[in-house]
Design a protein around this ligand. Structure first.
Ligand code: G3H
Ligand code: 13P
Ligand code: ZN
Length: 334
């Protein structure tokens, strides 16, 4: 199966009412962990590279890493997605590498920190859509800003999405998917106290309002790592120092999916899983120095989280529900 446009993966998810995890990828072990678990549970895959990942891997390595995934698992639908593109150039670079989906995060200026005006967001997002759709490539935009700052990316302030702006944004930009800000944030430090299922953790009313206004829109929840307490305990038990913190529980994500969220972005949880596993091996075996001795367990720990997410979000079992669409077919559609 060739790489598929992300729009197809999300369209199919919408038909059956499930969510698809988006996993960030920076290295081979992460890519292998994602594909191994996708294969084990028959899930479609959204594999994402941030601008940081593109820089870290020097572009060509991430491209071939993703191509290796489809060569090794030719039957699984896989979408190769740019996470938080900050300008048209980043979109062009990703498409030149063969990505089948791009995010242009026009909620922030090119510096990835300063919030834009609605008009600025529309203008830059529209330019990305005009460019990407000529190649049949899916485009995700963002309205509202998340909290948290990862690697210098993010305004650090939450501006929840205004449902009143959504229809105009969709009409004027033509995006295929929209990231909405409902109170999540990037990174490990999302909530200081344990989320209570009886209290409103996230602004689910915004998701419901947007879904009512635009029922065909694929909403995206960024900052959706769950920050499992057991992973923090492993890290801290073996020499780490992560202060108490909580993520977005799976019950809150499931609520979002039931209300119309189709893509759920997860990065931090795989970072926590791999770090814990590496710390444990090195702590228990200080004589070891072969990277395979700790990167292998890191890969296993990430694969376990990935499998749990495919199952929890409901994409498990849906990899073979549909025949793949090509970018050529998508070009005609647009
Ligand atoms: O949205 C942020 C993702 O977690 C990517 O993080 O920019 O550190 O690669 P990164
Ligand atoms: P987390 O930091 O919660 O994993 O969010 C990742 C993300 O939103 C990538 O775009
Ligand atoms: Zn994000």
């Amino acid at each position: 199966m060739p790489l598929v446009p992300m729009k197809q993966i999300l369209d199919e998810a919408a038909k059956k009412g499930y969510g698809v995890p988006h996993f960030n990828v920076n290295n081979m072990e992460q890519a292998q962990a994602i594909m191994r678990s996708a294969d084990a549970v028959s899930s479609p895959v959204i594999m994402a590279a941030s601008r940081g990942a593109l820089k870290y891997t020097d572009l060509v390595f991430i491209k071939h890493l993703m191509l290796a995934c489809i060569e090794k698992y030719p039957k699984l639908p896989v979408s190769m997605h740019l996470d938080h593109g900050n300008n048209l150039d980043s979109v062009k670079t990703a498409i030149s590498l063969g990505f089948t989906s791009v995010m242009l995060d026009g909620s922030l200026k090119e510096d990835g920190k300063t919030p834009t005006t609605f008009e600025e967001n529309v203008s830059v997002t529209r330019s990305a859509v005009e460019y990407a759709h000529k190649f049949g490539v899916t485009v995700e935009g963002e309205l509202g800003t998340l909290g948290g700052i990862e690697d210098g990316v993010g305004s650090g302030q939450v501006h929840v999405t205004d449902p009143g702006q959504v229809k105009e944004f969709l009409e004027r930009t033509g995006v295929d998917a929209l990231a909405v800000a409902i109170g999540t944030s990037h990174g490990a430090y999302k909530f200081k106290i344990k989320p209570d299922p009886d209290k409103n953790l996230l602004a689910m009313d915004i998701i419901r309002k947007i879904h009512a206004l635009a029922p065909n829109l694929h909403m995206v929840m960024h900052g959706s790592s769950s920050v499992p307490q057991e992973l923090l305990q492993i890290i801290n038990k073996y020499g780490g120092k992560i202060p108490p913190t909580y993520g977005v529980p799976l019950w809150a994500i499931k609520e979002g999916i039931a209300a119309g969220v189709r893509k759920v972005n997860v990065d931090t949880d795989l970072r926590l899983a791999s770090t814990g596993a590496i710390r444990k091996v090195l702590f228990e075996n200080p004589e070891k120095f072969d990277p395979r001795d700790y990167l292998g367990p890191a890969r296993d720990a990430m694969a376990a989280v990935v499998k749990e997410r495919f199952e929890a979000f409901g994409s498990a079992g849906h990899a073979f529900d549909y025949a793949p669409t090509t970018l050529e077919e998508m070009k005609k559609f647009y």
